[in-house]
Design a protein around this ligand. Sequence first.
Ligand SMILES: [Zn+2]
Length: 215
Amino acid sequence: MSDKQKGLIRACDLVFPNAAHRFCVKHMHANFSSAGFKGEAFRKALWTVAKATTLAEFSSKIEEMAAIDIDAARWFDDKPPTQWSRAFFSTYSKCDILLNNLCECFNSKIVDTREKLIIKMMELLRLYLMQRMQQNRDLVRSRWKDNAYCPRIVDRIQKRMEKATQCFPFKSSDDLYEVSCPYGDHYAVNIKEQSCSCRRWELTGIPCSHAISAL
Ligand SMILES: [Zn+2]
């Protein structure tokens, strides 16, 4: 990482104190393969650890990887899980992406801007983002004005609604539910706080199947 990139990250931390830096799991998998852990079993093991949303699930999946090859699990020792596993992601940004296509698109758009001095660069970035957000609002209004949500979100909610039919909610108090799911899994849903012990609701802002079952 160059000094300029380090400087940019420090500047971003000042402007966006809640910003989180994340690895791209696709690139991480390429490095993992290059380190000698090739094949479908290792690929699957890595992605299940990255997609785990709770600490318990993370520990269980990393143990499964260690059972395949202890050195594969140790390969992650110097890689902070806060940067590549959903189990450790902050719920502030409502973003659970594990890939960096978004960043690569963004970087290619701001090549000229990145050449400017830091204050000018931040000002141009602010202007670019302001306009982009408005363009997206206009796009949503023109294409999906009759929908309450964008199509991808609707698709995700529909899939979770199907899953929710397999769950049974038990009301515990005005806002709390215990949701029982197949294979004996139980989750605690808090409607008022918009949270579930699986953390998917907080991570994305989109209710998980357990929350939908309770709702
Ligand atoms: Zn849940």
